[in-house]
Design a protein around this ligand. Structure first.
Ligand code: AMP
Ligand code: MG
Length: 359
């Protein structure tokens, strides 16, 4: 299959121009006839298809090589579309949609019968989000259909934050790629659900647990299955390999200086054994490592959003440099740090190296 790459020409702050942009009209046309389209959102690039058409949704799973029981998020342009997708809208979900839509928050609600089980990965709940990115919003507005869209990467790879990343993974596997420049936040949406009636963060993301708690006025739990791996390193049993670079990634945990010393020690051994070593750090750690390390500076610790924004492209960069072993510095479990840790723990296949904490 030939993949068509179309760049959005209209200014992103011109909704009328976007409504008539050739790339956006083409995307809407492809989606309406049951094809897949990759497009930018404010989190990462997504691979979309008509959420109500099982045959169209199937093409997403095939292109990505995604396991069929991994559910998709349905993207909408207007809040009233939730009524068509969900059987019931909890009052707390209503408040969150009001506060954070359009934006990087996905709510999981009981699915209406018309939503194919192919879209929900066999579940009787459906995940719904209204993206804020002007290109995503325009495509959804012009098609008018709800669009199922996971991240536009091959399953298991780091999520794509530029059109070039999508091309790297999916060229020849999808008919259309809409290039709208880099995605902004860099990690996926926060997914929240009410599995036992209480709010649970099923995946940390662009909206922090603290922000959700502020709106709901009640504590919001983090899903136990991955929270455990933050608390307890080397927890086994993750279902899928995810976000992973080709080299073996290790995440450090504990005091930053102790972690850096441990990384230098291990990297020296790796280097002596002939392995190419990468280190994921921030502006603060630029000069903290020996010259044989491939050091990737990802944002600054003064603003963890900058780390999130560069995280996936940093992981891809290690691949381009042929790193066989990669060490990631520790990050604090707070704000968007939860999302950074979640992605790094998964990318590391739960290989977490504990060093002493700061005293
Ligand atoms: P992706 O868009 O590739 O980042 O993947 C979507 C993710 O959303 C899934 O892997 C789940 O973590 C979450 N998700 C989607 N639908 C549901 C659902 N019905 N229940 C729980 N989690 C969901
Ligand atoms: Mg994904």
């Amino acid at each position: 299959m030939e993949t068509k790459w179309m760049r959005v020409a209209a200014a992103l702050d011109d909704p009328e121009g976007l409504n008539n942009d050739p790339a956006i009209l083409e995307a809407a046309a492809f989606l309406s006839r049951g094809e897949t389209v990759a497009f930018p959102t404010e989190t990462v690039y997504g691979l979309g298809a008509d959420a109500l058409d099982p045959a169209a949704v199937d093409k997403i799973y095939v292109a990505k090589g995604r396991p069929g029981d991994n559910p998709l998020i349905v993207h909408i342009a207007e809040k009233r579309q939730v009524d068509d997708l969900a059987k019931e809208i909890f009052p707390a979900a209503e408040r969150l949609m009001e506060a954070f839509w359009p934006g990087p928050l996905t709510v999981v609600l009981p699915a209406a019968n018309r939503v194919p089980r192919r879209t929900t990965g066999g579940l009787d709940t459906v995940a719904i989000r209204m993206p804020a990115h002007p290109v995503a919003a325009a495509i959804l507005r012009v098609t008018g259909i709800p669009v199922a869209a996971p991240s536009a990467n091959r399953s298991g790879r780091p999520s794509p934050t530029t059109a070039k990343d999508v091309w790297e993974d999916l060229a020849g596997r999808i008919p259309l790629l809409v290039d709208g420049g880099p995605a902004g936040i860099g990690v996926e949406s926060t997914v929240i659900g009410w599995p036992q009636g209480r709010p649970v963060i099923l995946r940390p993301g662009g909206i922090s647990p603290e922000e959700l708690q502020d709106v709901l006025g009640e504590p919001v739990e983090l899903d136990a299955s991955w929270k455990a791996s933050v608390d307890r390193p080397l927890a086994p049993g993750m279902k899928y390999r995810h976000y992973a670079p080709k080299g073996q990634l290790y995440l450090l945990r504990g005091d930053l200086d102790a972690a850096r010393a441990e990384i230098v020690r291990r990297a020296t051994d790796d280097h002596a054994a002939g392995r190419r070593v990468g280190v994921l750090t921030t502006a603060e750690g630029r000069t903290a490592y020996p010259p044989f390390c491939e050091v990737v500076v990802c944002g600054t610790r003064r603003d963890l959003a900058t780390v999130a924004a560069g995280l996936f492209s940093a992981l891809r960069f290690f691949d381009h440099r042929g790193c066989e072993v990669i060490y990631a510095e520790p990050f604090p479990p707070e704000g968007i740090g939860w999302a950074i840790l979640n992605r790094l723990i998964k990318a590391a296949g739960h290989r977490v190296i504990q060093v002493p904490r700061a005293t």
